[in-house]
Ligand binder design. Structure first.
Ligand SMILES: *[C@@H]1O[C@H](CO)[C@@H](O)[C@H](O)[C@H]1NC(C)=O
Ligand SMILES: *[C@@H]1O[C@H](CO)[C@@H](O)[C@H](O)[C@H]1NC(C)=O
Ligand SMILES: *[C@@H]1O[C@H](CO)[C@@H](O)[C@H](O)[C@H]1NC(C)=O
Length: 260
């Protein structure tokens, strides 16, 4: 019968704000509450100060900010609600509606299937902006090639050719097996470069002060059929074998460290 058992009183934590009477060294009674400032008291004072500061800021900024116009993303209601409601999942057709033509809607763009809110850059991404082409779609390929007209797609197949040298040196001395190995190596490295380039842009939007991630593009068809050709400006900008080899030979022939 637990009821009949005498309840043991739990010892009070030493900093509890209850009254406690202690005896000082010389035998006098003393009320400790009158001299100890408990952490709770400090907390109370701090909270009061924060509240008062927020109130003052609210007043001074005419109700716009609680932190004197310092507005980190977590105090922005629209961003907070995005974060709270979880990632937005849009199909390409749904994403297309956020193309900036309706000023009451945010402007979204996608890169490698991640959707970012770029509303803060409406002069750049909105109608007439220099990057208008990216609004409302995933034009990752255009991020790599710079061809805004031709490459409004997320199809990256074959885009690595942009980094692979044009064979403009028929007299090059190289065995067919070495040529094959080199081609494989160059293809691998080119794909890595594409990945890095896409990644760079993704990070750009992720780390941007005014743009932020809102979700993912879903229901993207896998790209089939023939890979799109490299757009003309990108094709023209490809490195040339002669130049690549010339550079290599220059390095080889360069004098070493002077002998001391
Ligand atoms: C919150 O963020 C959105 C999107 O970047 C921006 O349009 C809006 O002005 C921000 N609100 C405040 C109060 O800073
Ligand atoms: C752009 O978005 C609007 C709605 O915001 C839509 O009516 C229009 O069709 C979109 N344009 C394209 C090309 O998808
Ligand atoms: C695109 O994103 C997927 C994961 O969502 C990742 O596996 C892939 O490497 C990314 N591609 C590039 C080119 O960054």
């Amino acid at each position: 019968m637990s009821d009949s058992k005498p309840r043991r009183r739990r010892p009070k934590p030493s900093n509890s704000p209850s009254k406690s009477i202690t005896t000082t060294a010389d035998g006098d009674l003393e009320d400790t509450n009158s001299r100890i400032i408990s952490p709770l008291d400090i907390l109370r004072v701090l909270l009061t100060l924060i509240f008062a500061s927020g109130l003052l800021s609210y007043y001074l900024t005419s109700g716009k900010s609680l932190l004197f116009n310092y507005n980190p993303w977590f105090l922005n209601a629209s961003k907070l609600s995005h974060w709270w409601s979880g990632p937005l999942l849009l199909t390409p057709a749904q994403l297309a509606l956020y193309n900036g033509t309706d000023p009451s809607q945010p402007i979204y763009l996608a890169i490698n299937n991640t959707i970012f809110d770029v509303t803060a850059g409406k002069h750049t991404y909105g109608p007439g902006g220099s990057y208008e082409v990216f609004a409302g779609r995933d034009a990752t390929r255009a991020f790599v090639t710079g061809c805004f007209q031709e490459d409004r797609t997320g199809d990256l197949r074959g885009v690595e050719w942009i980094y692979i040298p044009i064979e403009d040196d028929p007299d090059e001395e190289i065995s067919s097996s070495a040529r094959k190995l080199r081609a494989e190596k160059e293809r691998r490295e080119a794909k890595k470069k594409v990945f890095q380039e896409v990644n760079k842009w993704e990070e750009f939007y992720k780390n941007h002060k005014k743009y932020f991630e809102v979700g993912k593009l879903v229901g993207v068809d896998t790209y089939t059929g023939e890979a799109p050709p490299l757009c003309e400006p990108a094709e023209k900008g490809r490195p040339k074998r002669k130049n690549v080899n010339a550079k290599k030979n220059k390095k080889k022939d360069a004098p070493g460290k002077p002998v001391q």
